[in-house]
Design a protein around this ligand. Structure first.
Ligand SMILES: CC(C)(COP(=O)(O)OP(=O)(O)OC[C@H]1O[C@@H](n2cnc3c(N)ncnc32)[C@H](O)[C@@H]1OP(=O)(O)O)[C@@H](O)C(=O)NCCC(=O)NCCS
Length: 217
């Protein structure tokens, strides 16, 4: 597929992890991981509570969501779902999304790990990997993240990477108004905080053009 869809060759490697643009077999593994559970039932880290669905439906929604993202990708609006591989197994997903990247030079990230893979430093390392892609590979100016106030793990990952407070958003979650912390990382702060060595593979001129990130001529 990579001849026609070169994103399938996009890959990031860090000391413990491989992050690869998810193909269908990765998505199937991700679906299984999601089916096994991402968080306890009494918490909800996501704005859209897709993970409240029963296991089979939750697993299928991982396929549908990511197929959709692939289908609507264009330079003005894109998402890159990376399957996160640790010890040869897919353990979660790290997404990078952008709108009008050519002009705005900002990416946002989102992620989840299977519940049994959390709390081992994987979340911090996978965020570091996509930040290297954003700032070093794509010449981003900023990276954004958001987390509900009751998600200490996500907030801790952002703080460790150097993100700074960027206001709040009031959002409805499970039918109730909640506060989401918005976080912003500048290119300068990233350079100051980045310590994880990351290799970027497959970021060709063709891939950059698909993302509105072509090098200036
Ligand atoms: C958020 C998530 C990706 C983080 O990945 P992780 O591998 O669990 O995080 P790490 O092990 O790298 O830990 C990062 C930091 O969070 C802290 N942390 C982890 N779990 C925590 C918890 N339950 N309470 C408080 N701090 C916690 C760690 O101590 C670490 O802090 P430190 O760097 O100061 O030591 C993962 O927990 C997850 O998938 N959660 C469910 C889905 C989710 O919340 N997605 C994000 C939506 S915004």
């Amino acid at each position: 597929m990579s001849g026609r869809w070169p994103l399938f060759d996009l890959r990031l490697t860090s000391p413990r992890l491989e992050l690869r643009y998810a193909d269908d077999s990765d998505l199937l593994e991700l679906a299984e991981v999601a089916g096994e559970g991402i968080h306890p039932p009494d918490v909800m880290p996501f704005m859209t509570p897709w993970s409240d669905a029963p296991p089979a439906e939750r697993a299928r929604s991982v396929l549908q969501w990511n197929w959709r993202g692939r289908a609507v990708l264009r330079p003005e609006s894109w998402s890159l779902p990376f399957a996160v591989v640790s010890d040869g197994r897919v353990v979660g997903i790290q997404d990078v999304v952008a709108s009008d990247f050519e002009f705005v030079r900002e990416v946002s990230t989102g992620s989840w790990l299977g519940q049994r893979h959390q709390g081992q430093g994987i979340g911090t390392e996978m965020r570091a990997a996509v930040l290297a892609l954003a700032f070093e590979g794509l010449r981003s100016r900023f990276a954004l993240s958001g987390a509900f106030t009751d998600n200490p793990a996500s907030i801790a990952v952002s703080r460790r990477c150097g993100y700074e407070p960027d206001g709040i958003a009031r959002l409805v979650r499970r039918g109730r108004p909640e506060t989401q912390l918005r976080l912003r990382l500048s290119r300068e702060r990233w350079a100051e905080f980045a310590t994880t060595p990351v290799q970027i593979h497959g970021l060709t001129d063709e891939v950059k053009a698909m993302l509105g990130a072509a090098d200036p001529s």
